[in-house]
Design a protein around this ligand. Sequence first.
Ligand SMILES: Nc1ncnc2c1ncn2[C@@H]1O[C@H](COP(=O)(O)OP(=O)(O)OP(=O)(O)O)[C@@H](O)[C@H]1O
Ligand SMILES: O=C(O)c1ccc[n+]([C@@H]2O[C@H](COP(=O)([O-])O)[C@@H](O)[C@H]2O)c1
Length: 216
Amino acid sequence: MGSKSKTTTLTQPVITEEVSEQILGPRRKQIGILGGTFNPVHIGHLIMAEAVGTTLGLQKVLFMPDNQPPHVDHKDAIPVGKRVTMLQAAIHDNPLFDLELAEVKRGGVSYTIDTMRALKKAHPDTDYYFIIGADMVAYLPKWRDVDKLLKLVHFVGVKRRGFAPASPYPITWVDAPLIDVSSSEIRTRVQTGQSIRYLVPDCVRAYIEKEGLYRE
Ligand SMILES: Nc1ncnc2c1ncn2[C@@H]1O[C@H](COP(=O)(O)OP(=O)(O)OP(=O)(O)O)[C@@H](O)[C@H]1O
Ligand SMILES: O=C(O)c1ccc[n+]([C@@H]2O[C@H](COP(=O)([O-])O)[C@@H](O)[C@H]2O)c1
């Protein structure tokens, strides 16, 4: 007769999270941030955020619309409120996703270093994973104070057609479905009367139609 092994099933945590934090100090949070102009938000943004959040086991992925992007001519942009409305509608049914309005509230040009300094000061117990497409990875050397920014966030790269997944900086590449969609393509399609069904969530498509966005 072999000896019987005894299995114990724990139905209650041995110590509560509160007690654990008293002993070990505050538990660090792992939060993703997808910054962008979202003019408009499209399925590429949603799929990359879902892939990074679930692959890295992040507690949240925050979608952070910029007020004014640092590197592009902003004349074509629609009012920030409309970009935020579309973003809010697009992410509302995913519990992993949330909106971060720090840059909109601050106003002016949205340099990421300014934003991340403020967020780290407000949430010192959080590790931030700043998610960028391969086009932005290629552009990183031109970001303001990128060396200082690298000490505040982990950069997570997602591949994008036409851009090599390579960088002199320490980037964590996450394998996400390759989605060949861009906001500029959506704007052009609307302007030229082509369908954007399935390229943006239906609520976003309805809003673009109702508000008559991107026709000019
Ligand atoms: N299809 C995609 N695949 C991977 N990354 C993407 C994709 N679309 C956007 N991104 C990334 O998401 C972030 C925010 O992008 P943004 O809001 O500027 O959209 P965009 O499609 O690049 O816009 P535009 O065509 O107007 O330049 C950037 O880091 C960008 O690289
Ligand atoms: O800080 C910078 O110098 C900087 C330069 C280019 C882009 N960014 C950020 O990168 C994110 C994606 O930018 P964009 O223009 O592709 O939407 C967005 O959060 C921008 O604020 C930041």
